[in-house]
Design a protein around this ligand. Sequence first.
Ligand SMILES: [Zn+2]
Ligand SMILES: [Zn+2]
Length: 240
Amino acid sequence: MERKYGESLISLLYPRRCPACHDIVSKRGEWICPECRDDFSFTRSPVCMKCGQELDAEEQELCYDCSRGHRDFEQSTALINYDSTAAASMAKFKYGGRREYADYYISELVKRKGALIAGWRPQLIIPVPVHKSRRRERGYNQAEELAVRLGKALHLPVRSDLLVREKKTIAQKELGPAARQHNLEQALRVKQPLTGLKRVLVVDDIYTTGSTLQACTRALQAAGAEKVYGCVICIGRGPS
Ligand SMILES: [Zn+2]
Ligand SMILES: [Zn+2]
């Protein structure tokens, strides 16, 4: 009872914002305005068997990038195509303090991709880490916000302290894919051996070139993890 009262007081003081229009959600108790529900473009099959991005043709198995680049992770899935609505939503989620958007993203992710993820039988969820100074600036790590909610929904443990980013990396977008991956790999550190851990799920907000997931996979495998899977909210569409 008391908790409920507390929650409604919070929602009165800080009304929930819509991840699509960024206004106060038009219907109380919802995570998105009913009229904004179709604003995001959810990924539809056929999708790349490796990274989960949409493909043009059914007979294609992999996207252009995955068919050429080396991927050590088993498979990754993505919820939303990265268009202007998604970009604006992600920007507010990452830099604008709107961590509550994670509630909506994860509820949709579980609804649309939950069976696929459960089929991988992950034993542990690990968020892509940010450097602690960046976390301090933003007040949170957006990937961790996602991971914690996903763990709760799927009843899986989440560890945010195992994989850390020790060095501040140069802004990734200024680098090419190979340099990006090398840059990140140098900065990642796994804090304890993962021997015996068979299946790990890495969670992030956006998949662009795949270099982040690849770098995390290599670090986790070097520490003893066997199979690494990925799951992101947004994915850009490359050439096919
Ligand atoms: Zn809205
Ligand atoms: Zn792909």
